[in-house]
Structures are given as C-alpha cells and as structure tokens.
Design a protein. Sequence first.
Length: 79
Amino acid sequence: MTISDFQISTVIKSYTMSMKAKAKAAEKEPTNGNIVQEDQVMISEDAKRMLFERIGEQMSDRFKGHDEEGYAISTTYSG
C-alpha cells in the first residue's frame, strides 16, 4: 500500500484539529484531581522517512526563496 504525502498531511492536520477541540473541551470541564491523559501515535519508519524528506524539501524551498529575495544566509556563528 502506498501512502501519499497528501494523506500524511491530512492525518496530521485532522489530528491537530482534534487535539485543539479536546483541549478546548477540557478547559471548560472542571478538573478532577491530577488526571493526565496521553495520546500515543505510532508512525512507521517509512512514514517517518517520508515525512522528514518532505520537511527537508520544504525547508530547502524556503531557503531558496529567501536567497532569491536577496537575503544572505550565514553558515557561521558570530556570537
């Protein structure tokens, strides 16, 4: 089964929206002690690789855009 970048992006967006809705609902409810709920997301190694490749491509495109606009990107630290 092949999973596209669009499908991964859609799952991440829907998860984010769901978590925002849960957070808003939790804010409205009175707290009952120190109950902490955690979600776990399991991502396969192939999906992680695809995600990191996509993020890398997007960051490269952003840097290229800044270069084209005349911004200088320094690779040295001057601190």
